[in-house]
Design a protein around this ligand. Structure first.
Ligand code: AR6
Length: 178
């Protein structure tokens, strides 16, 4: 499923495994300690290999981690990409703790990092909707609005934003929101 934007830019939804889909940058759903974990984070580190964690160790030593709503870049090891952007989404509690702002912020941060590196294709998982408990029906429109706003910018060099959704239920929620 996809939406077209002026200039041939595209927003796409794909059902699948984000570690298998070529991109310039693959976004990871990480945690603020940058210490790895389960879910998509585990899959990305397994597929990418140990160089990702070595780079994160250096970043952690320098800066102590990454705040919620932010992201840090590493190379992509064995993944079919140039970079991994390790984004930190919010833990969902009751919706009254700026979760929506923070979820939008981590998408915007990654897209800005793509611009700074002059990248064309960025893939995102459904950040925060697994272990972090964000209801996917609420997260999907926030993630898509951030992507859409970026693709509508005239000065963007990003050509394609792909949400790679791991299960049918998540895909359907994004499809409805799109
Ligand atoms: N490709 C695409 N999506 C995937 C994949 C995959 N290979 N594997 C899982 N997902 P989660 P969060 C989906 O829990 O909620 C980690 O431990 C998954 O089905 O991975 O942001 C981190 O270290 C769900 O739809 O991320 C953090 O501590 C989506 O990815 C914490 O979990 C996000 O689920 C982050 O939690």
């Amino acid at each position: 499923m996809e939406r077209q934007f002026p200039g041939g830019k595209r927003l796409r939804l794909v059902l699948g495994d984000i570690t298998r889909i070529p991109a310039d940058a693959i976004v990871n759903a990480a945690n603020s300690h940058l210490c790895g974990g389960g879910g998509v984070d585990g899959a990305i580190h397994r597929a990418g290999g140990p160089s990702l964690m070595r780079e994160l160790d250096q970043i952690r030593a320098r800066s102590g981690g990454c705040p919620t709503g932010g992201a840090v870049a590493t190379s992509a090891g064995n993944l079919p990409a140039r970079f991994v952007f390790h984004a930190v989404g919010p833990v969902y509690r009751d919706g009254g703790r700026r979760e929506a702002d923070l979820l939008a912020a981590c998408h915007r941060t990654c897209l800005q990092m793509a611009e700074e590196r002059d990248l064309r294709v960025v893939t995102f998982p459904a950040i925060s909707t697994g272990v972090y408990g964000y209801p996917v029906a609420q997260a999907a429109p926030i993630a898509l609005a951030a992507a859409r706003a970026h693709l509508e910018r005239e000065d963007t060099r990003v050509r394609e934003i792909v949400f790679v959704l791991f299960d049918q239920c998540t895909f359907d929620a994004f499809a409805r929101a799109l």
